[in-house]
Ligand binder design. Structure first.
Ligand code: ZN
Length: 501
């Protein structure tokens, strides 16, 4: 008979295989599948996912977990055995609390809501989507009640993506952020605007692709363990540490679209490629949380990819690739253009600064929807008021407003805050990195990223899901989650760019 820990691993491995197989199908669906495959693919995905769920939520998992737990001395230890028991137990308890009838009902409601959302978005018809959203909220609250929570039902949803954080943690961090962010955005709005003309022009796709792949390789992304394809909504997906794929999209008249989505997804992918191989085929082979995952993408996209040292190295190469569009552009003009801040309607197109206001707006509205203080019918009005209050722009249609994101139609309540949490964590990590690596900027200016990647591998990547975000931050920075580091970063960087006093 195998020892209890091996028995647990042997039981969990095929469950992870089922989930990975579903991920391969999902990747194919977004990249290469013809439209005609949609119905069959929905069945295939749902079969694999429910098989994985059934096996995982079974009594067997519980028994194996109990036996394995007896072999662990310190349940909080970071060694693989203790972490495997701890993280699997956390997910198992959660999976067991939600009745399978509710899981099935939710999954059906989500399929219908997604279809209704796509149509409503196309036709700018929020009322057509409203009953689906109401139904999803009802079922989601039921799920939250089944899971249990400390302060309010939203906690139970948040912890799926961000274990160890509660709604009040997020609310108070965001309140601190807002206090200094809103005046910063106001001050930028009153300053002379930066010209982003250098970013508009003619940028042939194959040249963009070659440049992007060159940068990814330099950063440390291993193309022998990954690949990049084209997709309308860029994402990263990992099937194993040896197979981590990214996608991007190209706009031949606007350079930043592919450039920064490549750096962003590259950051996610470097994380996945750095997870210790011995965690493969276990629930530990994933990012610590969505926020920590996003901290890696934001770190490479913004702290590296929108910095002067980075472009000191790459701007001459970029000019070489696009002599017609950029031949006469000064490096400083380019640096300023890629850091332009301007309030806009669409979250995914927002700049580094105003992006956080889009996220906080969604967090407040979805928290209201879940705790019952906001009715679905009032949502478009409240959305537009909040946009006006925080960003000073009001959408002309619901398509450009409340209907722009798919998350709610997917039942993913509690997901939005992780984008800004990741932004804040990235800035906290960067302060620790700068302390440890005083020569970081000169290294980047020479195109040398190994010291940075090694630091991240050691402190973040290799641990996979062993750590929660609060524990990871404490270990690496000595601090709790906080908006202060990002505010220091943003005030300094954008204060200089916009000449604010
Ligand atoms: Zn991301």
């Amino acid at each position: 008979m195998p020892d209890p820990l091996s028995a647990l691993r042997d039981h969990l491995a095929p469950i992870e295989d089922l989930k990975t197989a579903a991920a391969v199908l999902a990747w194919d669906q977004e990249t290469f599948m013809p439209d005609g495959g949609a119905d069959a693919r929905a069945h295939q995905l749902s079969t694999l996912q429910s098989m994985a769920h059934e096996r995982f939520a079974s009594d067997t998992t519980g028994e194996l977990l109990d036996r394995a737990a007896e072999t662990v001395d310190d349940p909080e230890s970071l060694d693989t055995a203790a972490s495997l028991v701890r993280v699997t137990r956390r997910e198992y308890d959660r999976a067991r609390r939600v009745p399978s009838s509710l899981v099935a009902e939710l999954s059906g409601a989500i399929s219908e809501a997604k279809r209704a959302w796509a149509q409503a978005r196309e036709q700018d018809d929020f009322p057509a989507f409203a009953p689906h959203l109401e139904r999803l909220i009802e079922l989601t609250v039921e799920k939250a009640e089944a899971i249990g929570y400390e302060h309010e039902p939203y906690d139970a949803l948040l912890t799926e993506y961000e274990p160890g954080l509660t709604t009040p943690d997020v609310a108070s961090t965001f309140a601190t952020l807002r206090e200094d962010l809103v005046p910063l955005v106001d001050a930028i709005a009153e300053a002379p605007q930066i010209d982003d003309a250098p970013l508009h022009g003619s940028f042939p796709q194959e040249k963009q692709q070659a440049f992007g792949e060159r940068v990814l390789s330099d950063l440390g992304y291993d193309f022998d363990r990954g690949r990049q394809d084209v997709c309308a909504h860029p994402f990263t997906t990992a099937f194993a540490p040896g197979d981590v794929r990214i996608t991007t999209r190209y706009d031949e008249s606007f350079l930043p679209s592919a450039l920064f989505s490549t750096l962003h997804e590259g950051g996610h992918a470097l994380y996945e490629q750095g997870i210790a191989p011995n965690l493969a085929r276990t629930p530990l082979a994933d990012g610590a949380s969505l926020g920590v995952h996003e901290s890696q993408s934001r770190l490479w996209e913004n702290h590296v990819g929108r910095s002067r040292p980075f472009w000191r190295h790459y701007f001459p190469l970029l000019q070489e690739a696009f002599p017609d569009a950029l031949g006469d552009t000064a490096p400083e003009a380019f640096y300023r253009a890629i850091n332009r801040v301007a309030p806009s309607l669409i979250r995914v197109e927002a700049d580094e600064v105003t992006y956080n206001l889009h996220v906080m707006l969604r967090f407040e509205l979805e928290r209201g929807l879940i705790n019952g203080s906001l009715a679905v019918n009032d949502l478009p009005r409240r959305w537009n008021e909040a946009m006006d209050d925080t960003l000073g722009v009001v959408p002309d249609t619901d398509t450009n407003g409340v209907l722009q994101d798919v998350h709610w139609a997917q039942g993913a309540f509690g997901y939005f805050p992780t984008y800004t949490l990741g932004t804040l964590m990235a800035a906290q990590l960067m302060e620790a990195i700068r302390d440890d690596l005083p020569s970081l900027a000169p290294c980047m200016a020479e195109g040398a990223f190994a010291p940075l990647l090694d630091w991240l591998r050691t402190h973040v990547h290799q641990h996979g899901r062993k750590l929660t975000a609060p524990r990871l931050l404490k270990r690496t920075t000595g601090q709790d989650l906080s908006a202060d580091a990002w505010l220091r970063y943003a005030t300094t960087k954008f204060g200089a760019l916009y000449d604010l006093s």
